[in-house]
Design a binder for this molecule. Sequence first.
Ligand code: SAM
Length: 255
Amino acid sequence: MPETDNQKTYASADIVRYYEQINQLQPAEQLIFDRLSPSLPTMKVLDIGVGAGRTTQYLADRTAEYIGIDSSAEMIAACQTRFPDRSFQVCDARNMAEFASGYFDFVLFSFNGIDYVNHDDRLTILQEIHRVCKPGAIVCFSTHNLQSFEQTFKAQWSWNPIATYTNLVMLGILKVLNPGLTEAKLREMPWAIVKDESHNFRLNTYYIRPDDQIKQLVDWFENIQVYGLMGELELQSDRLANLDQWLYYCCTKKV
Ligand SMILES: C[S@@+](CC[C@H](N)C(=O)[O-])C[C@H]1O[C@@H](n2cnc3c(N)ncnc32)[C@H](O)[C@@H]1O
């Protein structure tokens, strides 16, 4: 993956400004934080990929200890300006050696931040998260849903000519920016790194099927729950068919 594209994007002034302006929790995050609310006051929290601090205001005052980290020094500078009394560090989730093993009660990697590294590095991040967690600690992150990208990556016809036109234009752009990717190939892939429309096609983004995301977690984590964008809990009795662009996963470190 030309991963430096992602790092450059998250370091650029316009993108930092964008994240400085978003303050709201997403519905799934609101629900997850509400559920955790009784336990938060005793929790040591690591907020990975904290960006410009969107989630800081919802966690820092309510938890026993709060540390926000991000690989982008520019994002961390924005956090420090916004929350001068809070603790932030420039740190890449692939190597969190400065944090002791078994330290945190709750690790968050919100808004798909885990999707901006290559596949092997993603596994390294999950391993690092596992390492810094106490047994039983809660891990929560969101990640792009390949089932949703599959829908965008095929021609969709509708009675509304504007909707059809918009879809075909988007499909054309995606095909140009993702040469070699076909609908047939995509159907066979458990995960894929693609250029999508976010931040004007500047990012290379990892998308994964929900069942494959669960497979990535099961060796290290248990009690895995999957939430749709609106916070509805997805039942895992059947294949997860959700088509939201990204999904939330909450789990606990195996004891
Ligand atoms: C989509 S933004 C989300 C920012 C913030 N969590 C929010 O919700 O507003 C993703 C963030 O993850 C950070 N990030 C990406 N890869 C990272 C890594 N390997 N380690 C730490 N942070 C990373 C980026 O710099 C960026 O700030």
